[in-house]
Design a protein around this ligand. Structure first.
Ligand SMILES: [Mg+2]
Length: 230
């Protein structure tokens, strides 16, 4: 039973959480850890065996043990908040399965990486927000944001709110969600991310990592296993 783990929460949806979770899983695995991934609930995919779904990507990054359905026990097709997506199918998100699914996953690895849906305060089920699971699972919190303008304000807001709720933020990751390209503004995203990371680290007192678009592993400056040990 994994007693080590990380809970990844976004500042918003579409900020690159799955990319970061997959990179952390690969980095831990290459360093010799037996990892397990868990996605409590997924919306926007009719099937978790869709190779572009979070569940499939996490299953792949975790070493393809078992089945993608083990990584995410409940998914709903409409790309809206999970409780609404479930209702659109005449179903409800199973509140108990959000929790029992975690226990099942952590029994298969030494380190479990949990990717919540949406932001820290996004609804996962009728009665459950992301932060509720973060508290119950009692894992160090990794705050993920997109490496674009506004990252300082977004991440500090979530870090402070998490602390006010009694959680332990352990790190921040800024994720490049698009490749460097022609539609970059006058200040390059890399420059924005670099300066934001330094400012977040200083103001939040947390290690901050930057993940390049398409990178398969985390840069080496953070010891993720030590962080997962809490
Ligand atoms: Mg995701």
């Amino acid at each position: 039973m994994a007693t080590k783990g990380l809970f990844l929460a976004g500042t918003d949806t579409d900020v690159g959480k799955t990319h970061v979770a997959a990179a952390i899983l690969r980095s831990l695995r290459l360093a010799g850890s037996r990892v397990a991934a868990y996605k409590p609930v997924l919306s926007g995919f009719a099937s978790v065996t869709d190779e572009s779904s979070d569940a499939w990507i996490l299953w792949d990054a975790a070493g393809r043990r078992g089945d993608p359905r083990d990584v995410c026990p409940q998914s709903f097709a409409a790309a809206i908040a999970p409780p609404s997506s479930a209702r659109a199918e005449g179903r409800r998100v199973d509140e108990q399965l959000l929790r029992s699914g975690f226990d099942a996953r952590r029994s298969t690895g030494d380190v479990v990486v949990v990717e919540a849906a949406g932001g820290l305060f996004s609804p996962l089920a009728d009665e459950t927000l992301g932060i509720d699971l973060a508290r119950e699972f009692s894992l160090p919190l990794v705050v993920v944001d997109a490496a674009r303008l506004g990252a300082i304000g977004r991440t500090l807001g979530i870090v402070r709110a998490a602390r006010a709720e009694g959680l332990r933020p352990a790190a921040v990751v800024l994720s490049h969600t698009t490749p460097p390209g022609a539609d970059d503004g006058p200040v390059a995203p890399r420059m924005i991310a670099h300066e934001a990371a330094a400012e977040i680290a200083r103001r939040a007192g947390l290690p901050v990592s930057i993940l390049d678009h398409g990178a398969q592993q985390m840069p080496p400056e953070i010891d993720w296993l030590a962080l997962a040990t809490g």
